[in-house]
Design a protein around this ligand. Sequence first.
Ligand SMILES: O=C(O)C[C@@H](Cc1ccccc1)C(=O)SCC(=O)c1ccccc1
Ligand SMILES: [Zn+2]
Length: 171
Amino acid sequence: AVLPILIAPHPVLKQVAKPVPAVDQRIARLMDDMVETMYEASGIGLAAPQVGILDRVIVVDVHEKDEAPNPIRMANPEVVWSSPDLAVCEEGCLSIPEQYAEVTRPSAVRVRYLDRDGQEREIEASGMLATCIQHEIDHLNGVLFVDHLSMLKRGMIMRRLQKQQRQKASA
Ligand SMILES: O=C(O)C[C@@H](Cc1ccccc1)C(=O)SCC(=O)c1ccccc1
Ligand SMILES: [Zn+2]
């Protein structure tokens, strides 16, 4: 099912999500609903707190337009290594719609997680996949991409978002 995505500012988006004890039927179903919700919202990632669920679950899919969809479902993802060199990437967020800003993050990461079958996996990611996974894990810790920006830029973006949401509400 497509789930409603919370829009910032929202208290749930600032909370720390809890590890899942096991990938049971409920978590597998949540993963599938999050993949469906991500595609419907034309996103490349989604974290459970964005749909109001404080479990440590994320989904990502950074496939190119001409490639087949390739969703990765992760429970309890953790970065076990991140590269010393950094990369700057323009980021957006489905909870901060139509606002974009450059964020600097390690250019590559190794991530350990439980997959949809509850198997422990470890992958190394670089490029957009590394950026996206770090952005999603931030969500599990109550951190939004604007929290990496200066107070000035964060304020500008959040004021623009509030204005845009007011206009939508009155439209
Ligand atoms: O809010 C989210 O987690 C989804 C977010 C993931 C993300 C986008 C860009 C960099 C890091 C993480 C989005 O999918 S925003 C919408 C989008 O598809 C997009 C926005 C900017 C660049 C690339 C894609
Ligand atoms: Zn986001």
